[in-house]
Ligand binder design. Structure first.
Ligand code: NAD
Ligand code: UGA
Length: 484
């Protein structure tokens, strides 16, 4: 058998089909199917389609409404640059469909990009990843495919060794087909998804070390090689790839919890956390990124993946490891709580019936995603104290805010919450403004105008250290940042 690593892939631009050829194993790639049209499936496949015009990419989902949105002028995901890419390839070589079985049958490669939330029931509830959607995909693939070769790619973030279960489900339920299961985790961040996809730090592909496995890995490499240089494409064994995704998120979250812990120490010592972060980050061994103190990290993944890492460590009999990573989550929970408390204490220990303007509800700027947003927790704490919240976010719809806060309308009124379309309206007659997302437009607000229309003393709580606190104080605000 020849060494597969030494094969040169034919990447001639004019080829209609892409062949990764070995004497014994080859995959002809004409069709890709992606199951899951979410924040990852949609943008990732749009970029793959754009960079591989000869490959037909179909993104499928059980959620018909989401598919209809992907086929409309208003995409379900807000990402800078996404609209242009989707419009340039949609209905050419990128398709969004609810015909899941048809797309699976046609595909040479099937990406599984479904949600893997934290389990809410049974063993591991509140910590383990819920793999029911991933398993359902494997069962569906097995029930539809009964011949030929297909590559199944785990795009979702999953616990280490999930490929083992997928392989078992496929093997037990499909009669004549041959499957290779690979791991190709996604590292994009929301708000910068297109830039991250077009210029990734690395692409990670894990597979079996058998000749068949290596050929499958090289097939996926050939797709990314259309725009990512080979030295940025890492190939590993399956388990390293699966685990690296969880570890990468854990390390990023750990940096935020580290700087947030220091923000509390700064407040006690008159040090300034942004200055400390700058000084510490200038050490090239540490680096400047992900050292921005905040109201706490949010998003659909950091907490979920940390919880999963903690659960896995316990599962493998490593309680010290579990405890170490659990602390990153605890520090984040404490930071969110601490911020709500700070607002309440500063407003003379009562926010009862006081109007508070909440500027920003998304978990970070440039996204409409509110999953696990720190704003949810802080708003809930303020509502518990019977504050009146007026919430403004440039990209988050009112309905989404209400759902995230778990509120129900009471005869057309929402107890304690109004969602408005204008930051000045949010702050009118308010006692305080709390900035919970770092939207750029908040920097350009006319704070004198806001101040003039607020109850005095007027407070600003800048939970993102976005604003010039001294300037706000000159206007007359009682202004607080994080870690200063
Ligand atoms: P999402 O909830 O936005 O999308 C998942 C989609 O899968 C949904 O539209 C859902 O209807 C669909 N789905 C679920 N089960 C299905 C089934 N059996 N058949 C067809 N469709 C099905 O989730 P997401 O944010 O895109 O995340 C997907 C995965 O990628 C998760 O594992 C997540 O951890 C990981 N990830 C997310 C991000 C991110 O920024 N959101 C980044 C990297 C990795
Ligand atoms: C994160 C990772 O950055 C991605 O690499 C990964 O693919 C993704 O999770 C995932 O697996 O889902 P994302 O959650 O979209 O991406 O956004 P981040 O930029 O990482 O921000 C996460 C949270 O941390 C946000 O609430 C953000 O405001 C906060 N954050 C980030 C800080 O508080 N301080 C920082 O310095 C950086």
């Amino acid at each position: 058998m020849r060494d597969l690593d030494s094969f040169e892939q034919n990447s001639h631009q004019d080829l209609k089909f892409l062949f990764v050829v070995d004497i014994n194993y080859f995959y002809k790639i004409m069709n890709i199917c992606c199951i899951g049209a979410g924040y990852v499936g949609g943008p990732t496949m749009a970029v793959i389609a754009k960079k591989n015009p000869s490959i037909e990419v179909t993104v499928v989902d059980i959620n018909a409404e989401r598919i209809a949105q992907w086929n409309s002028d208003v995409l379900p995901v807000f990402e800078p640059g996404l609209d242009e890419i989707v419009k340039s390839v949609r209905d050419k070589n990128l398709f969004f469909s609810t015909k899941i079985d048809e797309a699976i049958l046609k595909a040479d490669i099937i990406f599984v990009s479904v949600n893997t939330p934290t389990k809410t029931y049974g063993v591991g509830a509140g910590r383990a990843a819920d793999l029911k959607f991933v398993e359902l995909c494997a069962r569906r693939i097995a029930s539809v495919v009964d011949q030929g070769k297909k590559i199944i790619v785990e795009k979702s973030t999953i616990p280490v060794r999930t490929a083992e279960s997928i392989k078992a489900v496929l093997a037990a339920n499909s009669s004549g087909a041959e499957f290779q299961v690979l791991s190709n985790p996604e590292f994009l961040a929301e708000g910068t998804a297109i830039a991250d996809l077009e210029n990734p730090d690395r692409i990670l592909i894990g597979g079996d070390t058998t000749p068949e496995g290596k050929a499958a890995v090289e097939t996926i490499v050939s797709i990314y090689e259309k725009w990512v240089s080979r030295d940025r494409i890492l190939t590993t064994n399956l388990w390293s790839s699966e685990l690296s995704k969880l570890v990468a998120n854990a390390f990023l979250a750990q940096r935020i919890s580290s700087i947030n812990s220091i923000s509390a120490l700064c407040e006690a010592t008159e040090a300034e956390v942004d200055e400390v972060a700058l000084a510490v980050g200038r050490d090239s061994r540490i680096g400047p990124k992900f050292l921005k103190a905040s109201v706490g990290f949010g998003g659909s993944c950091f907490q979920k993946d940390l919880l999963n890492l903690v659960y896995l460590s316990e599962h493998f009999g490593l309680p010290e490891v579990a405890e170490y990573w659990d602390q990153v989550i605890k520090m984040n929970d404490w930071q969110k709580k601490r911020y709500g408390q700070k607002i309440i204490q500063s407003l003379f220990n009562t926010v009862f019936d006081k109007k508070i303007a909440i500027l920003g509800f998304a978990f970070k700027k440039d996204t409409n995603d509110t999953r696990e947003s720190a704003a949810i927790y802080i708003c809930k704490d303020l509502l518990e104290e019977q504050a009146q919240l007026s919430i403004y976010d440039p990209k988050v719809e009112g309905e989404q805010v209400i759902e995230a806060l778990g509120l129900q309308e009471d005869e057309g009124n929402l107890l304690g919450v109004s969602v408005v379309n204008d930051p000045y309206e949010a702050a009118k007659d308010a006692h305080a403004i709390a900035i919970l997302t770092e939207w750029d437009e908040f920097k350009a607000l006319d704070f004198q105008r806001l101040y003039d229309n607020m109850v005095k003393p007027a407070f600003v709580f800048d939970g993102r250290n976005l604003l010039d606190i001294n300037r706000l104080r000159k206007i007359g605000f009682e202004a607080y940042g994080i870690g200063k």
